[in-house]
Design a protein around this ligand. Structure first.
Ligand SMILES: Nc1ncnc2c1ncn2[C@@H]1O[C@H](COP(=O)(O)OP(=O)(O)O)[C@@H](O)[C@H]1O
Ligand SMILES: NC(=O)OP(=O)(O)O
Length: 312
């Protein structure tokens, strides 16, 4: 039977730091991602795709704020929905085209997805999810003073705006995503971590201003669709211990116990590799195979020839 893979793509794969945020540049980046995903489909895997939205949701929020005197601004959850919509559109279209190039005619759908979070999640009092473009420390401090933003360093790459990032509790419609996948459809879902919503005491749902980490929601999605493999594609070939130091060492095939040991040593930076390793570890603990690798080595990593694989 075909293995089911949930592939989580970083928002930075869709817009690299320093690139101009034009539609054309993002579309070409997405096309490169989906050409690799199409190869994985051709190899016979059942695929569910999820993706980040950090750069994109930050830019949409900024567009809303800059144009506030002309058009009333929308809240962050609506910006999140907009980012999920336009990234999903680019992915669905390019993936379909790339599959056709390979002679495949799978149905591809992108589903606008809501993710439930807890209204009392402490993350609402402690914004730590980086979104939007990168600034120098000086620019970031000025923006924080002028606009009341919370800003912070992002994994040594510069300063970004920070927003709350609560833990995902469940993905609404994951049963439908599973049914579609089981029926051979390639589904793009829970993009940007999903639109964050809370369930009120009367049972009704409403949006909340936050951006969910797609590695955390990707884990939930992988569990809820009963995936065999949870694969996180990013911009490094491996997870490393002593990352960035002269004694840096690439991790290749590791066990859950080894991964836990490295986590306890604090080897993985919060806000970048930390959530990826947490997600990968949790998936592997439940018996699945978790892979963290670079986008261009995804097919090799699935075959165990590249990247970092964690399993029991
Ligand atoms: N131990 C580590 N091993 C590998 N990369 C690490 C480690 N710790 C931090 N990183 C950083 O994590 C980054 C990937 O995380 P992130 O930028 O959040 O990715 P994405 O946007 O693809 O989700 C890498 O570019 C690297 O700088
Ligand atoms: N939502 C999210 O995790 O986006 P990034 O992957 O861009 O950080």
């Amino acid at each position: 039977m075909a293995e089911k893979v949930v592939i989580a793509l970083g928002g930075n794969a869709i817009l690299q730091p320093g690139q101009e945020a034009t539609y054309e540049i993002q579309l070409e980046n997405v096309r490169k991602c989906t050409s690799i995903i199409a190869q994985i489909v051709k190899e016979g895997y059942e695929v569910v795709v999820t993706h980040g939205n950090g750069p994109q949701v930050g830019n949409i929020l900024r567009q809303n704020e800059e144009a506030k005197d002309v058009v009333p601004p929308f809240p962050l959850d609506v910006c999140s929905a907009e980012s999920q919509g336009f990234i999903g559109y680019m992915m669905e279209q390019t993936l379909r085209n790339e599959l056709r190039e390979l002679g495949l005619n799978n149905t591809v759908v992108s589903l606008l997805t809501e993710t439930v979070v807890d209204a009392n999640d402490p993350a609402f009092q402690n914004p730590e999810k980086p979104i939007g473009v990168f600034y120098t420390e000086e620019e970031a401090k000025q923006l924080a003073d002028e606009k009341g933003w919370v800003v912070g360093e992002d994994a040594g790459r510069g300063y970004r705006r920070l927003v709350p990032s609560p833990q995902p509790q469940s993905i609404l419609g994951s049963d439908v995503i599973k049914s579609l996948t089981d029926a051979g459809t390639i589904t793009i879902a829970a993009g940007g971590g999903g639109i964050p919503v809370v369930q009120k005491e009367d049972g009704k749902y409403e949006g909340v201003e936050a951006v969910i980490d797609k590695d955390r929601s990707g884990l939930r999605l992988a569990k809820e669709v009963n995936a065999d493999v949870f694969m996180i594609l990013t911009d490094v070939e491996n997870v490393y211990v002593n990352y960035g130091k002269p004694n840096q060492k690439a991790l290749e095939q590791i066990t859950v116990e080894e991964a836990k040991g490295y986590m306890n040593e604090g080897q993985f930076a919060a806000g970048s590799m930390g959530p990826k390793m947490e997600g990968a570890l949790s998936f592997a603990e439940h018996g699945g195979r978790a892979i963290i690798c670079s986008l261009d080595k995804a097919a090799e990593a699935l075959a165990g020839k590249s990247g970092t694989t964690i399993s029991k």
